[in-house]
Design a protein around this ligand. Structure first.
Ligand code: UT7
Length: 332
């Protein structure tokens, strides 16, 4: 039997740091409110003159390749998770493929928001197991700052969402590797966290330039309370599902890397599962919520800090827009 394993991790975040104090100057909010409700102290915003989703992904990929002792030419397929592609279409997968100079290889885009990276990892895992590809690049990258309403009107989301990219390289292995992945969705809650435009549900007569200027076009709509309540339940469920599928106990988790949605959500899970501080990785304090990029950035940082070693059991879990939720259990 053939399995897949992660052989390299990399990440890239934009240089510009935006602190809570800076946001307080743009809108009616405070460092206290943001810290207390979300745990976020600062986040990164891109420089629109320099950064794109695809070029941040390229930088994250180059680091992952270097750490894996591989080169661009080894990559046979790209799975790219983002809800903020550089263009509405085509997706950013082909732009990354172009920047890496890999003309001709396949590039698949995944649009599962905060769960996107785990969905992408799961797809790549199946392609490796089936023998279709030997080296797959899995990326999560987002630029959310350009869509943020940085006024008091948009404060419930503007203080949370931010930019960044993370990458993982997958290759075959004789033993796992990726032990299992678990994917879920419930579209009844699609409008609890969504951006309607430029969706095709908007009638043509509402798409005229003068109307776009003074409607809610492109605005992130989030019912934070509702999302929070579902998140804490689904995170726990999907982590337990992964443990049960592998007959493992929570004590065997070396490191839980949850999607960085809100520090309060991570702390809630940690408390409910009675995990020690060293068993949970959080970096939302420094980067905010980077949606599909949050797990690969956190994984790459944790690996860089020596928190992930051979044979460790790593659990990834995510919840977000859709609603979608997912987990992955990995033997490093
Ligand atoms: O990435 C995956 C998906 N996202 C999540 O998992 C997010 C889940 N939800 C959350 O993290 C929390 O719901 C938030 C952090 C978004 C909000 O925290 P909350 O405790 O649920 O606040 P709330 O939305 O109930 O708002 C409480 C008050 C409101 O004022 P009133 O109506 O009580 O006067 C808001 O207008 O806080 C106000 N508020 C703010 N005040 C200062 C909302 N945003 C801000 C802000 N600064 N940035």
């Amino acid at each position: 039997m053939r399995f897949s394993k992660i052989v390299g991790l990399g990440h890239h975040v934009p240089e510009t740091v935006i602190t809570n104090a800076q946001l307080s100057a743009m809108m009616d909010t405070t460092d206290e409110w943001i810290t207390e409700r979300t745990g976020i102290k600062e986040r990164r915003w891109i420089d629109p003159a320099k950064d794109t989703v695809a070029n941040m992904a390229t930088k994250a990929t180059r680091l992952a390749l270097k750490r894996a002792n591989l080169t661009e030419k080894d990559i046979e397929f790209i799975v790219f998770a983002t809800i903020t592609p550089d263009y509405f279409f085509p997706g950013s997968g082909v732009l990354l493929q172009r920047e890496l100079g890999l003309e001709g290889i396949g590039a698949l885009d995944i649009r599962n928001a905060c769960s996107g990276f785990i969905y992408a990892l799961s797809v790549a895992d199946q392609f490796i197991k089936s023998g279709m590809y030997k080296t797959i690049l899995v990326v999560g990258a987002e630029i959310q700052s350009t869509a943020i309403d940085a006024t008091t009107r948009g404060r419930n989301t503007a203080v949370i969402f931010a930019d960044g990219a993370g990458a993982a390289i997958l290759q075959p292995a004789d033993k796992p590797g990726i032990l299992s992945t678990h994917l879920h969705s419930d579209g009844r809650f699609a409008e609890e966290l969504y951006v309607r435009d430029p969706g095709s549900s908007r009638p043509r007569e509402e798409r005229q330039p003068e109307q776009i200027l003074d409607t809610t076009h492109f605005k992130v709509v989030m019912n934070g309370n509702q999302v929070f309540k579902h998140a804490v339940v689904r995170f726990m469920e999907v982590i337990n599902e992964a443990l049960n599928a592998n007959s493992m106990k929570k004590e065997e988790i070396t490191l839980l890397v949850p999607h960085q949605a809100n520090l309060r959500i991570s702390q809630f899970i940690q408390e409910k599962m009675a995990l020690r501080d060293d068993q949970v990785y959080n970096n939302i304090m420094r980067y905010g919520n980077t949606t599909a990029a949050s797990i690969p950035i956190a994984l790459s940082e944790a690996w860089g800090e020596g928190r992930i070693k051979e044979n460790d059991v790593i659990c990834l879990a995510a919840f977000g827009s859709g609603f979608t939720w997912a987990s992955a259990l990995i033997r490093w």
